[in-house]
Design a binder for this molecule. Sequence first.
Ligand SMILES: Cc1cc2nc3c(=O)[nH]c(=O)nc-3n(C[C@H](O)[C@H](O)[C@H](O)COP(=O)(O)O)c2cc1C
Length: 309
Amino acid sequence: MEFEHPFGLAAGMDKKAEALRGWESIGLAFSEIGGVTMLEQSGNPKPRMFRHGADRALVNRMGFNNPGSENVVKTLQKSGTRTIPVWANLGKSKITPLEDAKTDYSTTLKRLWPYVDLFVINVSSPNTPGLRDLQHGDHLKGILDACIEVNVACSKESKQNQKPLLLKVAPDLSTDELEAIIDIAIDCQIDGIIATNTTLLRPNQTHKVYNEQGGCSGSPLKNQSTEMIRHIYSYTNGELPIVGVGGIMNADDAWEKITAGATLLQAYAGFVFEGPGLTKSIVHGLHRKLRDSGFDTIEDAIGSSHRQR
Ligand SMILES: Cc1cc2nc3c(=O)[nH]c(=O)nc-3n(C[C@H](O)[C@H](O)[C@H](O)COP(=O)(O)O)c2cc1C
């Protein structure tokens, strides 16, 4: 796929797919809707989202509140002509047992297939009990294979190309766990990895926000996510596209993730603390970084920190 520039919207901001025009209008290169689950669900009781302004950090335990795959399809059907690619983040319905997760994910994929350009298989949210267990072994392979099978079938039926499938991983994996996941993803011919979802770690226990249960994102996640990108890039010799997300607040953060190995970038917390102007500051800032570094294109800069060592 081709993108106007590398910066897009991360999952969770537009869970209902109701603001597609807005994401286009603030200059993003792509947007990601969802997490969408097969069934409609209300998520965890409120309050479930907390902000720490001074640290530019969020803690959330939303729990995949969303209208469900059938209702999201209805919204997408009414959403008009697109000017940027729309990605869909797929989660598992809370009441679906882990053994049936593959049907839950692949049903949502099938329903949304005609209306989105790329799918993200999200097995890394910390806010659905047991979800992160789906990152491992047979569970993961079962989900990826089921999604690929539906992707192939929808492509044949509609006589259109298959859509890229990405896997989104948690930042809290050990190196061994991460490498095992990458091996499975490559074996299943997944098109790329999104690194990362929110973390269970906290920078400290002193502020009350950090004592809330859930996943932490924003600045405290930045280095953890960049190091994971760096490791995935070197483990795969730069051959598997990586989407970098976690704590991107400015062009320096964005550049760090690109040179660590990210091909595309996303943000959620950055928009909460910096507002919609974040897109412009990052895209213009990346142009300046490119000029100052002497690279001709962003492609040349991807993973360049590995080559300077
Ligand atoms: C309130 C909230 C809801 C989120 N919902 C989802 C989700 O449904 N699916 C998902 O894969 N990630 C979800 N995320 C994670 C973000 O997409 C992103 O991976 C994470 O916040 C790190 O990026 P950031 O530091 O720019 O916020 C959510 C994050 C927040 C703060």
